[in-house]
Design a protein around this ligand. Structure first.
Ligand SMILES: Cc1ncc(COP(=O)(O)O)c(C=O)c1O
Length: 198
């Protein structure tokens, strides 16, 4: 694959669109992530030739299942996952987080505590706030350090308790642009459940 910038840009039709002669600059992602031609072609091929429910015994369903399996394998390879079973593909991050919150919520009780950060995207806040409201959970807000622009271990440690059940903490914030110190955070996750979002 040619990774020179012009070759990469040429793969994205949206990048050659112009307005009154001026090329566009797209500043939003991931919801507004532009799509390369190869992806649009693959989605089109899938819809036109392998559109079926999964788990059946006819040609189209088998072909569709192959695509789904390959996608899980490719994503596991890309992210360095131990197994494709670790990969869940869904409508988008927010929807998946809603699903996950409702699943984990079945193990929580009124008075249990969850920790949310002041540096997360709405998609990693609202699902947990709504769960807290529905189940009577206590929400503890984790601030970020305004010098380092990251979550400091001491601030997290101060919020942990016997009732902590979940920490909804991103690994890399697009608010502050820093990676969280993962090694410092991981051991605490054993105190409750830890949800990390990239
Ligand atoms: C950092 C971050 N996390 C999550 C989301 C939500 O993503 P989705 O649109 O897939 O729900 C966004 C959306 O822009 C985002 O910027």
């Amino acid at each position: 694959m040619d990774f020179r910038i012009d070759a990469v840009r040429a793969k994205f039709p949206a990048l050659s669109l112009t307005d009154k002669g001026r090329r566009r600059i797209y500043l939003d992602n991931p919801a507004g992530t532009q799509v390369p031609q190869a992806v649009a072609d693959a989605v089109s091929r899938c819809l036109l030739t392998t559109n079926a429910n999964l788990g059946g015994f006819f040609e189209t369903t088998i072909a569709a299942q192959d695509i789904v399996d390959e996608a899980h394998l490719a994503m596991a390879d890309f992210l360095g996952a131990a197994s494709p079973r670790e990969i869940i593909i869904g409508a988008n991050m927010t929807t998946l987080t809603y699903h996950m919150s409702r699943t984990l919520g079945r193990t929580m009780k009124p008075g249990d505590e969850i920790i949310l950060t002041r540096m997360d995207h709405e998609g990693n806040i609202s699902p947990w706030l709504q769960l807290a409201e529905d189940l009577g959970l206590v929400v503890r807000w984790l601030p970020f350090d305004q010098q380092s622009w990251q979550i400091e271990e001491a601030a997290l440690a101060a919020l942990l308790s016997e009732r902590t059940r979940l920490i909804a903490l991103n690994y890399a914030s697009n608010l502050t642009g820093v990676d969280q110190p993962g090694e410092g955070v991981d051991p605490h996750c054993q105190a409750g459940r830890c949800v990390g979002l990239r």
